[in-house]
Design a protein around this ligand. Sequence first.
Ligand SMILES: [Zn+2]
Length: 564
Amino acid sequence: MTASKSRPYAFDRFLRYDELTEWLHGTAAAHPGLMSVASYGRSHDGRELWLATITDASTGPHDSKPAHWVDANIHAIEVTGGVAALYLIHHLVTGFGSNADVTEAVRTRTFYVAPRVNPDGVEWALADSPQYLRSSIRPWPWADAHQAPGLHERDINGDGRILTMRIPDPTGNWTVLPDEPRLMARVPATGVAAGVARYRLLYEGDIIEHDGFTIPLPPSPHSLDLNRNFPSGWGTNVTGSGDHPLSEPEIDSLVRAIVARRNICGYNAYHTSGGVLLRPSGTVSDSALPPVDVWAFKHLGATGTSLTGYTVHSVFDDFTFDKNETMSGSADDWVYDHLGVYGWTTEFWDVIQHATGKKPSTHIWYTGPTGEEELAVYRWAMTNCPEAYADWVPFDHPQLGAVEIGGWDDVFLWGNAPKSLLLAEVRPHAEFAVYQALCSPKLEVLHTRVVHLDGDTHRVEVGIANTGWLPTDISVRARKERLVLPLTAELSGAKVVSGGGHGNARQELGQLSGRLGLNFNYAKNDGTPERVLAAWVVSAKRGATVTVEVSHQRAGRCSVTLTL
Ligand SMILES: [Zn+2]
């Protein structure tokens, strides 16, 4: 890598790929005991897919501790999510040693952060002459970037932004808002008075094979949606789902990286927009999920809301406009359905709430803002980021003739936080990530005892507890599907005479409850469902030492050495 020429990064702009790569490696180099960076694959265009691993190496390797996974920017234009992922890394490495929660989390847990799942698409979105895609730059469903007849989005006047084209049209659906003449308002059902100018609005772009009368809105030649390419619920009836589950290198690599890290206990994907914390299921109602899992989601989410102000929603129950057209094949559904891990999709930034103080309808992705909401956002933007709305400037369009180009910079106001507000928007979410990590299970040896039997025979006891909040296998879903390997305790250093009922040095001890499980007990009668006692009868000289290694794929590893 070449020497750094970049400015220091204060989470106040969106980094292109080369600068992101440099920032990641530079941050890791500055915190060698805490952070490493490695590639987990390559994108369609050949870019390395970076994963930052953050944990205190002095307390054990990353895979010996429960882990929380965060990724961002599976969707190309949702670049605020990438800023939030980089800020989380910064929060962890700079807070270690000064912030008590961060220190505890980095000492006892591991964080995996993949800040740019889809680097190719983001590079197009952040280019000087941008192109806005849903996800990947791989042409799909046609292999040749075939442009079907109709409108194709492009920065046609070369000003570096893709805005709106305004065309005079006596039957158009838009008119100028009298109070704010730069802003457009929908024509009421009964029309407007004669002589009032009406317009048709279109995204800035080219009209392919224009027939002089109609303007179809065909799918983009780049119609893949990488967040529909995961195996859970994958279907060809879902927009952009790809050729088959994991058909795209970015998602195949991501899934393999997650599955290879069997210590992952929690997952969060960073997207925009909406100012909401979305959770599974995308395909069925809460009533079809185990009630304890719904309770756990709501309990985790309540802290998310109190830290971030974002509301919590089931994708299916709250965010699916037509219940027959579900958002399936997504990452959060996959981690819950196939791994039994609580997965979240954070949708950063809600400009309407900033402008009005109120949350819009959860169906806004389908309906768009109301006229009142758009006017409020306009007035808010004129104070806070006036560059987000452009004057209507005449332009000689190659197919349409005289048009005007102007209006909202949709992607960088409605879709992402303005640069001046980025840091404030993403900062609280790092605390939610730390909280989720600290809710994971955690193995500890709380009790040991050696009882001398006769001669060189001794009974060795090791009392193991899950001192974390979640159970060792995380969810009811994981328990029912047996998705998680059991706890094991293995004794070495002496001949085992009997143990675990089988005389084995290695005992399989099942799953341990967490403190969450004690919440489903009306009688204040806890018992000890989070504990287990492992015992062996061993034969060795008095004074010899034995070691017991305690291990669980998710809850971590620890060991204890005893003198006989
Ligand atoms: Zn998204």
